[in-house]
Design a protein around this ligand. Structure first.
Ligand code: ATP
Length: 442
């Protein structure tokens, strides 16, 4: 297939990679290049096209490999693969890169309140370390005195801001935000449908009909077109014979060219969009995460104190068995929470925090007095049974009056729901308490 490679993309990567193989006088070159942007816009795909075009050797790591039950494994893996890439340059005499896909999936949990693991820290530190000393990357247990080849590291991710901030500073990481413009999209979609004989007007119409869809969507539309024939095939051979007909067979089924008319493509595209909307409306993923989150935290949805705060237990101890790789240091994985800045109450309305029950106000004061942060969660009566709490506002204010006002507003916004107050230790990013402060009237 004739894939489209965006000139902007090619230029950015080509310059970054080449620069890292040159010795420029008195120029400090960042080793890392972070390609970021919306999911499914073809970041990885475009990178692979660049490597192919430039004949560059690639050593891969995926974000998923950056987590492991054993602390230190992913950091070791990065060093190992980096050295492997350096060795490829030496042996093959070609440029090589270390490509880390979806870095934020594996190492991107360095935001204010969510959990992070020992491995997350180690991965971020290892990458910083390599960026600072790219020709001296050692494996644990051995020391190689010889300098190794400097190898640029390209990483893709949706949200680089979730990485440890010093890792992405300009001296270490060059950044490239990839958002294909209309011309890029027409070029890419034209490449996807090249074998199907669509005219350039059809391609333009398809792209312009779905302007907010990621590139991935158009690939999915093409794949859907074959569904009808596959369904016919299944019925023609019979459900019980499908396996035999497609696996280990000398005569695999062949399919005639499906209907790639523009009207059919638009119809399939509309269907996919409707399905997406349904997912969005149902917020299935959101709920699923909440259930996991709540299930891992407190088996009883009665919201009684989460656990007594024990500073010794809260402090992460990498040497202890429980301080291993992926044991989250926060016992409850927390989805990213929104910060809530309370707007001032309207004139002549009662001050909201004055309406807080005294015990809740005491609780707020008590948490803030210990230097903890406050957050809120709410859940309706039905979802309470499944412990599927939703994040409410995170309260950035440290003064009791403002914080109480946010709590009071949340209580009135969710008057028919359960609301719970959460105390978070900002240093360890652990929840130190949870308590239900409102129950719906029955
Ligand atoms: N230039 C292209 N030509 C043809 N197909 C493409 C092109 N770019 C992307 N695609 C299609 O879009 C899909 C998604 O691309 P890719 O996985 O590179 O996106 P991504 O931005 O890295 O996504 P994520 O952020 O979710 O990892 C690919 O599997 C491919 O089908």
């Amino acid at each position: 297939m004739a894939y489209y490679l965006s000139p902007r993309f090619l230029e950015k990567l080509a310059v970054h990679i080449t620069k890292n193989y040159l010795k420029l006088p008195q120029v400090k070159i960042p080793l890392l290049l972070g390609v970021h942007g919306r999911k499914g816009e073809g970041k990885t795909f475009q990178c692979e096209l660049v490597y192919e075009r430039m004949g560059i050797e690639v050593v891969h790591i995926s974000g998923g490999e950056l987590e492991s039950p054993d602390a230190g494994d992913p950091a070791r893996l990065i060093r190992l693969r980096y050295r492997e890439a350096a060795e490829l340059v030496r042996v093959r005499g070609k440029m090589a890169v270390l490509m880390i896909n979806d870095i934020d999936a594996g190492a991107g949990r360095f935001d204010a309140l969510t959990q992070y693991t020992v491995n997350t820290q180690l991965v971020n530190n290892t990458l910083m370390n390599i960026a600072d000393n790219p020709t001296n990357v050692q494996l644990p247990g051995s020391y190689d005195e010889n300098e190794i080849q400097r190898v640029p590291i390209i990483m893709t991710g949706n949200d680089l801001s979730t990485l440890y901030a010093p890792l992405i500073r300009d001296g270490r990481m060059d950044k490239f935000y990839w958002q294909p413009d209309r011309d890029d999209r027409i070029g890419i979609v034209g490449g996807i449908f090249k074998p199907d004989g669509l005219s350039s007007q059809d391609i333009t119409l398809l792209v312009d009909t779905f302007p907010t869809q990621a590139i991935d969507f158009f690939g999915a539309v093409r794949a859907q077109i074959y569904n009808e024939q596959i369904r016919d095939f299944i019925y023609s051979v019979g459900l019980e014979n499908v396996s035999r007909s497609v696996v280990n067979t000398t005569t695999p089924p062949s399919f005639r060219k499906p209907d790639f008319s523009i009207s059919h493509l638009l119809e399939v595209g509309d269907r996919l969009v409707r399905e997406q909307r349904r997912v969005d409306d149902m917020r299935l993923a959101n709920e699923y995460n909440r259930v996991l989150q709540s299930g891992g935290a407190s088996s009883a949805p009665d919201g009684s104190f989460y656990r007594a705060y024990d500073p010794a237990a809260a402090a992460p101890d990498p040497a202890s068995p429980s301080g291993n790789g992926d044991s989250p240091q926060c016992p409850m994985p927390t989805a990213r929470e929104t910060t809530y800045s309370p707007s001032p109450p309207p004139p002549h309305s009662p001050t909201p925090h004055s309406s807080l029950p005294p015990e809740v106000r005491d609780q707020v004061n008590h948490i803030l007095a210990q230097g903890y942060r406050l957050a809120l969660e709410h859940v309706n009566q039905r979802r309470f049974q499944t412990n599927a709490w939703q994040s409410g506002p995170t309260i950035s204010a440290q003064d009791a009056a403002t914080a109480s006002a946010v709590v009071a507003r949340c209580l009135s916004d969710h008057a028919q729901d359960y609301v719970r107050l959460i105390g978070i230790d900002p240093k360890t990013k652990q929840r130190v308490m949870e308590q239900i402060i409102q129950r719906p009237q029955r």
